[in-house]
Design a binder for this molecule. Structure first.
Ligand code: THU
Length: 163
């Protein structure tokens, strides 16, 4: 028997003021765009904003549905938008923020499992890491250097091409 371990390194900033200018700008937009979320059921409003290799920024928000499983998270909304509007673009970074009717937005949230799987698909497709910047409306900010760090043992398309 052998034992293996998995660990990853990420950065913790005390606040947005400590971030590099570009990352701070991205998080500012992700914070603001939470207002455009359609989340009448959970009242949990999420914004995800990306910076692309063509210099553009694009945002997505969560879009809920009375049939709850039909809803989609902010992260997958913006991934689908990028792939539709700028197919083939490389996403350098994604900032994710939230606001909530019922909870203080003073800490980072991290993407759900399905979104992690989708983020990894994008990383595989673009063959470059995507930085993930996580922060509430105020408070500490986490910077993760690759989406792959968030989902060890992820399922990838490589499995589908094996003989
Ligand atoms: N949600 C996101 O949009 N992204 C996340 O990272 C976590 C959860 C949404 C889904 C749902 O509309 C609401 O937040 C509550 O789960």
């Amino acid at each position: 028997m052998k034992t293996n371990s998995f660990e990853f390194v990420y950065d913790i900033y005390d606040s947005i003021e400590e971030l590099e200018k570009e990352d701070a700008a991205l998080l500012e937009v992700a914070r603001a765009v939470t207002e455009q979320a359609y989340a009448p059921y959970s009242r949990f409003f999420v914004g995800a904003t990306v910076k692309l290799d063509n210099g553009k920024m694009l945002s997505g928000t969560n879009q809920e549905n009375a049939s709850f499983p039909a809803g989609i998270c902010a992260e997958r909304t913006v991934l689908a938008a990028v792939s539709s509007v700028y197919p083939g673009a490389v996403i350098h970074a994604m900032a994710i923020s939230f606001s909530s009717a019922g909870a203080a937005s003073n800490h980072p949230i991290s993407p759900c499992g399905i979104c992690r799987q989708s983020l990894i698909e994008q990383e595989k497709r673009q063959q470059a890491p995507m930085r993930i910047i996580l922060g509430g409306q105020v408070g500490p900010v986490f910077v993760i250097h690759s989406a792959s760090h968030l989902l060890p043992f992820s399922f990838t398309g490589e499995e589908l091409n094996k003989d």
